[in-house]
Design a protein around this ligand. Sequence first.
Ligand SMILES: Cc1cc2nc3c(=O)[nH]c(=O)nc-3n(C[C@H](O)[C@H](O)[C@H](O)COP(=O)(O)OP(=O)(O)OC[C@H]3O[C@@H](n4cnc5c(N)ncnc54)[C@H](O)[C@@H]3O)c2cc1C
Length: 403
Amino acid sequence: MIELYHNKEDCCGCGACVSICPQNAISMQEDENGFIYPFLSETLCIGCRLCKEVCAYQNQLSLNTPKEAYVAASKNDKNIVESASGGIFAEAATYIIKNDGIVFGVAFVKENSRLIPQHIGVSRLEDLKLLQGSKYVQSDMRNSMNQAKKYLDNGRHVLFSGTPCQVAGLKGFLKKDYENLITMDIICHGVPSSQMFNDFLQLNYNKKNYDVVDFKFRDKSSGWGEMARLDYFDRKNKLKHRLIPAHTSSYFHFFLKTQICRENCYSCKYACEKRTGDITIGDYWGIGQEHPELLSNSVYSEMKGISCVMISTSRGEVFFRSLNSQIYADLSKFEKISKHNEQLREPSKKGKDYQEIFRLYPRYGYQAVEKYYKRKYFINIILHVIYNKIPLPMRKKIKKLLR
Ligand SMILES: Cc1cc2nc3c(=O)[nH]c(=O)nc-3n(C[C@H](O)[C@H](O)[C@H](O)COP(=O)(O)OP(=O)(O)OC[C@H]3O[C@@H](n4cnc5c(N)ncnc54)[C@H](O)[C@@H]3O)c2cc1C
């Protein structure tokens, strides 16, 4: 019997093993915390070991050191507003689609009244918005690796974006390099489970008879920061929005503090300088300290969002240059970016909250996590509620003072 993984640290749930299996003998199943792991059916398995061969989490993938680093942002304000950072992904995707290619990324898909983050392929510009914006939940890759391979074999251009381990998973699955493939990994500090996210929504919103249709983790209507937005139909079937400051929400707070991630995220071998993708994108935190000169030229705005971009391969270099007319880009340095982004140096760390959350959640459900959060962070929640009631210009001044 093949052992797909020995410890939970050995599996990132990318699904390369599921995708390669010629017998459909592997399926993804949720553990007690809702994290997906591959399960092998003994009766269907023929022992070909392809699943072990393609695993890019247990086999070492060759990684690339970034050659260039940039501050960057889309020239299209609409794209920036819909994106978590500076909208670089949307510009790359637009270029690929305009050149008859396919873009794979993460969308929320509604299944049995739950919002499930899934990798999907998009070939029409009007569908691009489905992939825009960070979904701070582990996405299910479903059939996307097989679909991407089909397009690649047919000579179509493919842009594949995801966490570094998902990009590695795709590369392991493909087993060869395709010239028509561009991979974009995001800087990632870890992924919580889709089950926990949905339990959080269910407890706080669905229970009130809200029909939740979308959750934007980075709403920018009051600036680039930590504000989420819930879109839902109320009891009278009216579409409504609700803004949720990150640190007043248990799920978002614990995500930002990296306390609800998947087991392997805490020893992630891809949380380092070397990258799995041709291009890496993330938030340019600390831009005011690293490039104050760029903030005064009004091209980049901390209110709208600014990206950091790292280019690790020649293919990535050529592709990034082809976005010239769509984006602003200024040279930076890896050291400047990584100073403010720990995930480029080491994996996230578990704290006391992690231990308590995963003691409570499988036994008593998300209700117990919510209670724990409200009790422990009561003052913090009040302060954030008050802070978010202060008019925006004043909040900006306070932020500057606190820097
Ligand atoms: C779980 C997670 C953790 C992150 N942690 C950090 C961090 O610590 N530091 C940092 O600088 N940036 C982090 N980011 C990245 C950041 O939030 C932006 O996604 C990134 O900067 C791209 O921004 P954009 O404006 O170019 O595009 P956007 O439109 O905001 O991003 C869309 C891109 O993100 C991908 N994506 C969205 N959700 C997921 C998901 N669940 N799994 C895989 N891919 C997804 C889409 O496929 C698409 O490629 C994280 C993102 C995620 C999803």
